[in-house]
Design a protein around this ligand. Structure first.
Ligand code: C5P
Length: 286
């Protein structure tokens, strides 16, 4: 038996550059791992996939499928297909990351299964092979395999590792309501953004440690899309900023808002969103 950790991600900045011939969107996004994580245990079984899940700690956890639609299950199947061998696995998953929240909760479980099966069966697949398997499961999975701070381009699978950013504390506020990624892209296409984040400049600023300048440039083109469905996002951002957040922005296709801050302001920021109905998670850059 082996243990794996599937950490959540936030998007420090997210841009859509256009629609591709295959229907996917060309992305440019800086992804960052945070410490908030799901926990997994993997055991060898004679064949196939067996998934057990405890989602009692998260709101709406009862709606997560525990079958072949679950990304953890799909990752195990893609791993077996890639290897051309039925490496049987029993996966026990404890969910702590909220679902459909823009935090890659499902993708990170898939990535943990891929890393874990490689260890469990002592296969020594390379990082790029693990990412290739991940890409067959979902666009965010390759990043979740690697983690850290990365620029993700293409569908999300072309990754450039960036220098780690300072270990800020992170406050996550997950409002009620879920956003499906496919819906967010479709709605974005009907009304694409006119202003785009200057990602090349942001990367240089982060590299030089000019955080305040970089934070002013952070933006996410999905924010306006998500706000139409979940208007409280505007409120969460302004409350967190007023309470001392260095930056407050929506992650991924939403609807979680993250705030980066020094440790001393964490309490004030998390208290500032009380009464909005949002679930609050305190974590840090990982
Ligand atoms: O790759 P994944 O299955 O996570 O993507 C979910 C949906 O999000 C896709 O079906 C597609 O509609 C959309 N998507 C996209 N462009 C991307 C990533 C995802 O259009 N780069």
């Amino acid at each position: 038996m082996i243990k794996e950790i599937g950490r959540a991600k936030i998007n420090l900045t997210l841009d859509i550059l256009g629609v591709r011939a295959d229907g996917y969107h060309e992305l440019s996004t800086i992804m960052q791992t945070v410490a908030l994580a799901d926990e997994l245990e993997l055991k060898k079984i004679s064949s196939g996939v067996n998934l057990k899940m405890d989602a009692s700690r998260i709101k709406g956890g009862e709606k997560i499928s525990v079958d072949e639609k679950n990304l953890a299950w799909r990752a195990a199947v893609e791993f077996q297909k890639f290897c051309g061998k039925d490496f049987g696995v029993e996966i026990s998953l404890i969910k702590k990351i909220p679902v459909a929240a823009g935090l890659a909760g499902g993708s990170t479980d898939a990535a943990a299964v891929i890393r874990g099966m490689n260890r469990l069966y002592e296969l020594n697949l390379t990082e790029s092979e693990l990412c290739e398997i991940g890409g067959r499961v979902g666009s965010d999975v390759p990043f979740c395999v690697i983690g850290g701070t990365c620029l993700a381009e293409g569908r999300g699978e072309i990754l450039t590792k960036l220098a780690p950013i300072k270990n800020f504390s992170v406050v996550l506020a997950k409002p009620d309501g879920e956003i499906s990624t496919a819906w967010a892209y479709k709605t974005y296409d009907e009304n694409p953004a006119k202003i785009h984040p200057p990602n090349a400049e942001i990367i240089e600023q982060l590299k030089r440690g000019e955080y305040d300048a970089a934070f002013k440039n952070f933006s996410n083109v999905f924010e306006d899309v998500a706000i139409k469905k979940i208007p409280v996002i505007v409120d969460l951002k302004s409350k967190m900023l007023a309470a001392g957040a260095k930056v407050a922005l929506m992650s991924g296709s939403g609807a979680t808002v993250f705030a980066l801050t020094d440790e001393k302001s964490v309490k004030k920021i998390s208290s500032s969103v009380e009464g909005t109905g949002a679930q609050v998670f305190i974590t840090k850059i990982f």
